[in-house]
Design a protein around this ligand. Structure first.
Ligand SMILES: NC(=O)c1ccc[n+]([C@@H]2O[C@H](COP(=O)([O-])OP(=O)(O)OC[C@H]3O[C@@H](n4cnc5c(N)ncnc54)[C@H](OP(=O)(O)O)[C@@H]3O)[C@@H](O)[C@H]2O)c1
Length: 239
């Protein structure tokens, strides 16, 4: 039985999403106490039911991670209840594409920055002081292959994800030597239900699976990953 994270407190923002739910399940299976943020109650209830006996170590909070007050209240509640936060995985995000930059509406541009970039800033701002006090903690942000592979037709998404990598790199430099580790993950197209529906004729076999990406995240958060700090890890599968 995997008990690598026994007693650890892991916050998984977007912990009911296509990738987030695999990450939540993996931490639960490895003994962590998991707090998943969600927006849709049904999705959280399903995650809890699917977790079986491990579901007793799963809590959930409805949080809008773009709202600083909401995130701060949530973080304060977690610290009051659990006494610490060992791991923060930010799996919140959204995609917008299919238009050239000059046809991209300002509203779409702002949404990409809010969900993909600002969410990470707001959460790190709330959690890092506690991790610094603890002299330990791991932060993982889910960026994207698009953060380093700047193709046409998704400029707002690409820029927001490149921003995630820059934000986490800079944070990593700030906390270096103080017991914290900060890394980004760069998935290509993930094999989620939503992507299968959106691209029915694609070869799903080549896409990285959520459970496989979750395993990489657990490795990075574990003692085995203790040398990795300030990195952006590609998880491209065969794409
Ligand atoms: N899927 C891919 O192919 C792919 C590729 C590269 C990178 N990524 C990145 O990987 C991460 C996870 O992707 P995914 O496919 O799992 O996406 P997803 O299924 O859409 O999950 C995103 C999660 O974020 C939550 N969320 C959205 N807006 C929020 C807000 N304002 N406050 C709080 N939570 C909010 C969603 O909640 P609701 O379900 O209630 O909206 C959902 O739980 C994202 O950062 C994404 O950009 C995904």
């Amino acid at each position: 039985m995997d008990q690598r994270f026994l007693g650890k407190v892991a916050v998984i923002a977007g912990g009911t999403g296509g990738l987030g739910r695999a990450v939540s399940r993996a931490f639960l299976a490895a003994g962590a106490r998991v707090i998943a943020t969600y927006r849709n109650q049904n999705e959280f209830d399903t995650l809890k039911a699917d977790a079986g006996a491990a579901g007793s170590s799963l809590a959930g909070w409805k949080v809008d991670v773009t709202d600083e007050n909401d995130v701060r209240q949530f973080t304060d509640k977690v610290i009051a209840e659990y006494g610490r936060i060992d791991i923060l995985v930010n799996a919140v995000g959204a995609f917008a594409g299919g238009t050239n930059l000059w046809d991209t509406q300002p509203k779409t541009f702002d949404q990409m920055l809010a969900l993909n970039l600002r969410s990470g800033y707001v959460q790190a701002r709330a959690v890092v002081p506690t991790m610094l006090e603890q002299k330990s903690g791991v932060i993982i942000s889910i960026a994207s292959k698009a953060a380093v592979d700047h193709g046409a037709g998704a400029s707002a998404y690409v820029a927001s994800k490149a921003g995630v990598v820059a934000l986490m790199d800079s944070l990593a430099a700030e906390v270096k030597g103080r017991g914290l580790r900060v890394n980004s993950i760069l998935p290509s197209i993930i094999d989620t239900e939503a992507n299968r529906k959106a691209m029915p004729s694609a070869d799903f076999a080549t896409w990285p699976k959520p459970d496989d990406i979750a395993r990489v995240i657990l490795f990075l958060c574990s003692d085995e990953g203790k040398l990795i700090h300030g990195a952006s890890i590609p998880v491209y599968g065969e794409t």
